[in-house]
Design a protein around this ligand. Sequence first.
Ligand code: NZQ
Ligand code: ZN
Length: 396
Amino acid sequence: MLCMQNFTYYTPTKVVFGKETVTQLPALLREFGARKVLIHYGQGSVVRSGLLARVRSLLDEAGLAHAELGGVVPNPRLSLVYEGIALAKREGVDLILAVGGGSVIDSAKAIGYGVVNEGDVWDFYAHTREAKGCLPVAAVLTLSATGSEMSNSSVLTKEDGWLKRGYNADWCRPKFAILDPTYTETLPAYQTACGCTDILMHTLERYFAKDGSMALTDAIAEGLLRTVMANARVLQQDPKNYDARAEIMWAGSLSHNGLTGCGSDGGDWVCHRMEHEMGGLWDVAHGAGLAAIWGSWARFTYRENLDRFYRFATQVMGIAPNPASRAAVALEGIEALEHFFREIGMPTSFHDLNLAPTDEELSLLAKKYALAVGGAAGSAVKIGETEARAIYRMAL
Ligand code: NZQ
Ligand code: ZN
């Protein structure tokens, strides 16, 4: 039964959007009371683009003290977070400024938790206790994808056992986010496509809920999905198209700040949970991993959620309505999204990811997934270990 669910919508992040908005950085840092900042970044894209030097000089000119920690890798690691916690404590920083993509922002959030809370920060990601606060985090975003610049999530990988786990709590929502779409122009086409896929998936995970619906939320979600697909196609031909970069960047933030889930039952999230196990084991790019399994998950579940899949096919993927053959239309919608993924260079199987998991590896993935979700997850169809193994196998 679809009916509107109660919800809380909380998005405290101040978004400053557009060209050259980085010049507002010193004023924003002052507004949020920062006196000493830890600049956190990845493996060098912000060095090569000149953004890191720009941020440093803006802070220097404004007389704002700063320390630095680079080296965040995609699927960010716990060991660097430990290093960051020790550094932030030693330097007495009061805000962590992430300059980069989702991995950098997530690593900054984890450091923020570790500075404020006693004990091992991994406990929060292992869900054995709750955080009681987080050092303020802010972001200068360089990759439209995760929505971490406004979200309450962070995802971390523990090298011991290669466990990739997420922790959600409002403490870590960034104080402000500087979103200048021009910074995303240096992304390789593959990363742009991974980002677009992740943005689509954050809304799709919420959209394919069994219970809960709002006409307005559906309209926003469907508009966002169509906008991202249209502009992903533009960027394939014209990677420096500012307007397309801007549409996608804003969609990325709105897709994971809760807006496209208002009134739903919270969403499905099985693809994300299944992908996190793949990211933990093989270090695949998050968006690519999602594209590789989405079609298999959709085929496994669509009959139990036919209304939504039919609506998706007709309202988002442009399939002609045919109430007499709803299942066939739903399937066409699934195929159309897989076709789109291939069009932008995304994988739709393990094979496309250049992976050939053995039976043992598929079982291990399913086992780790079930452990992470506490047995089973999903909205219309509960996916436990057995079902997850079947879906992973379908994605070979
Ligand atoms: O490390 P550098 O040198 O900066 O290179 C990065 C990295 O290699 C590069 N890059 C970023 N901006 C660039 C650029 N290269 C050229 N030009 C630029 N402007 O892109 C590569 C990928 O970066 P990463 O930050 O890893 O990508 P993304 O933003 O997709 O983040 C992925 C991580 O976020 C998690 C994922 O699981 C994964 O660990 N997620 C976080 C979420 C959240 N916090 O809300 C939700 C998501 O569902 C997701 O799980
Ligand atoms: Zn995601």
